[in-house]
Design a protein around this ligand. Structure first.
Ligand code: HEM
Length: 564
């Protein structure tokens, strides 16, 4: 055995070189990190400067501070957190005189047209003002989309044609999932009917994930932890990759960047798709075999997966009928449904619970849900009579839309385009409207939150009722732009509002909510409004036992059931 002196003598000669090597590795790592960060910052700034140049010259910019160096660049960087502030100030200043202004934004400077030009904006053809191009850029669809072509990715006819028509047929299935997922995620069942604190955003996210996925992949997969994790990872990685390339990579190099960065997205997509891919493959094969057998065709499923498969088959292009592409198309739709329903439901709840009338609003909703939800099994179209819920959804989207700006288009026309009031928009510039301000500028009470302002009044005659009927949540107009407007209006809005009614109705029937003591905080990120993750809400499960009509009782199987 070596004594301590020997050990010391053996080790000492290695200490110096080892320390030196370690120091060098750390040094290289540090230098690499500094160089990479510096490179990213320089590319980012150069890219922003180039984008600033694409904006129309003669239009004033929002948020710029004169006499400061690089005012537009500074305003662009500040827009990440101060977008709403910029929008409000410029709206006050320019819109009263019907003038456009340019809103700085990290994606691109956005020229905001006055409301009088919104109808002109949406009536321009795609090759002049393009919606698809903005979607492709924000979501990286050309590189990360399912394919087989971009045109195919933008074909949403399955939603417009099949999903909207089949809403009554899907309602009970969706309601079953609402009950299952909200019971599973909302609060700790062990606490019974005691008050408990929940982090609202997290819990709404988990519940919505199951409900939105039920439409796309069905049960039981939508409830599996493996699928939930895989689809969440796919949404996050896809979103970050597309945004990273849009923010840091010049358009000329974006194909190269996507070529390298797409692999984590494809891997995450594969992890989610492989869980339902065999089912898609099996149905594709069945459809191929059964094309000439009427009986087999009659037995086919009636769900989104089947509609997508049949729609692809109808195109007669083998590339469209590839099970892998079909699975990826389903995942893209799952991304749309999860993100939009999560944001809208959480904003609706937070705005409602922040209101000074929260208790009364909840009571009215509960009354309506008690009357309608138990009738769904007999009449799935009964959700159309949930006027209070519909009005609350429309009012929340009006008051606190998912995004402050909308109707976003890129000018594709090589010679640019001039608006009716004479504003010239060059090729490559981006144009849109201020959704939030337009929705809040319809009279004295437009700045107030009145959840039941769109509930039909009880008129004396049918004729009068028809004449005074307020618009519903899915009816878009210049004062209701949260679903967009024109040819690219959201095709999923009928399904979205129906599902939101089921979720809200079930929640108010099943839990008591304590109104918030302070107004809920919303985080503004680049024009999007998202409830704070930290918001804690107090809930209590209503006592089971069917004491009141409409209460939720537990069946012996452990499932919950709404009593009639
Ligand atoms: C409350 C929830 C939702 C909101 C607030 C919402 C909002 C929007 C908005 C603002 C647009 C852009 C319209 C335009 O550019 O003019 C859009 C487009 C779209 N939405 Fe939704 N959406 C929701 C739910 C859904 C759902 C559930 C689906 C799928 C089932 C869906 C599918 C789509 C598709 C495919 C488009 C692109 C349409 C096109 O470019 O032609 N959305 N949505």
């Amino acid at each position: 055995m070596l004594d301590s002196t020997q050990t010391y003598r053996t080790i000492v000669p290695f200490v110096g070189p080892l320390a030196w090597t370690t120091l060098r590795v750390v040094g290289y790592a540090l230098a690499g990190t500094v160089a990479a960060t510096g490179g990213l910052i320089i590319t980012f700034v150069a890219l922003q400067v180039q984008r600033i140049r694409t904006a129309p010259d003669q239009i004033p910019w929002a948020g710029v501070e004169r006499y400061k160096i690089f005012p537009k660049l500074r305003a662009t960087i500040a827009s990440l957190a101060r977008d709403r502030e910029h929008l409000e100030a410029a709206w006050e200043r320019y819109t009263s005189t019907n003038k456009p202004f340019t809103l700085p934004n990290l994606l691109w400077p956005l020229t905001i047209l006055p409301p009088s030009e919104a109808t002109w904006l949406i009536s321009q053809p795609e090759h002049v003002l393009s919606v698809n191009k903005t979607q492709d850029d924000v979501m990286g669809l050309a590189h990360l989309g399912p394919g087989p072509t971009l045109e195919s990715v933008h074909d949403f006819s399955v939603i417009t044609r099949d999903l909207t028509r089949q809403i009554p047929a899907c309602t009970m299935e969706m309601f079953e999932e609402v009950k299952h997922s909200f019971d599973a995620h909302f609060g700790d069942p062990e606490k019974g009917s005691d008050w408990q604190d929940i982090k609202l955003m997290k819990i709404v996210e988990s519940s919505v994930l199951d409900v939105a996925s039920r439409l796309v992949v069905g049960a039981p997969l939508c409830r599996s932890e493996q699928y939930r994790k895989a689809v969440s990872a796919y949404i996050t990685i896809n979103g970050f990759t597309a945004l990273f390339v849009q923010a840091f990579v010049p358009p000329t190099l974006s194909s190269l960047a996507f070529g390298a960065l797409k692999w984590p997205v494809f891997y995450s997509r594969w992890r989610a798709a492989r869980l339902f891919y065999p089912e898609v493959e099996c149905r594709v094969a069945a459809l191929r075999d059964a094309r000439y057998e009427k009986e087999a065709l009659q037995e086919r499923e009636n769900d989104l997966m089947q509609w997508i498969i049949e729609s692809a088959a109808a195109k007669g292009d083998p590339a469209e009928f590839d099970p892998k592409i079909l699975a990826h198309k389903l995942l893209l739709l799952n991304l749309f449904t999860i993100a939009t329903l999560y944001l809208t439901l959480s904003t609706t709840l937070l705005t409602l619970l922040s209101s000074s009338d929260a208790a009364d609003i909840l009571a009215t909703l509960r009354g309506e849900a008690t009357e309608i939800l138990p009738r769904l099994a007999q009449d799935p179209t009964a959700t159309r009579k949930m006027h209070a819920h519909d009005s609350l959804i429309r009012e929340t989207m009006r008051y606190e839309p998912m995004s402050d700006t909308g109707l976003m288009r890129e000018v594709l026309s090589p010679s640019g385009i001039t608006t009716p009031s004479g504003t010239f928009l060059p090729q490559g510039s981006h144009v849109g409207v201020s959704v939030r301000q337009m929705q809040r500028s319809g009279g004295k009470s437009a700045d107030d939150y009145q959840p039941f302002r769109f509930v039909p009044s009880t008129a004396s005659s049918e004729l009068e009722a028809e004449a005074t009927k307020p618009p519903t949540a899915v009816q878009v107009s210049e004062s209701h732009l949260s679903f967009g407007m024109g040819r690219h209006v959201c095709p999923g809005r009928f399904f979205a509002v129906n599902t939101l009614k089921l979720m809200l109705g079930y929640m108010v029937l099943t839990w008591k909510f304590e109104p918030l003591k302070e107004k809920a905080k919303f985080i503004q990120i680049a024009g999007a409004s998202i409830g704070s993750e930290k918001t804690v809400v107090r809930i209590r499960r209503r006592v089971a036992g069917g004491r009141e009509s409409g209460d939720v009782v537990e069946k012996t199987s452990g499932e919950s059931q709404v009593t009639g």
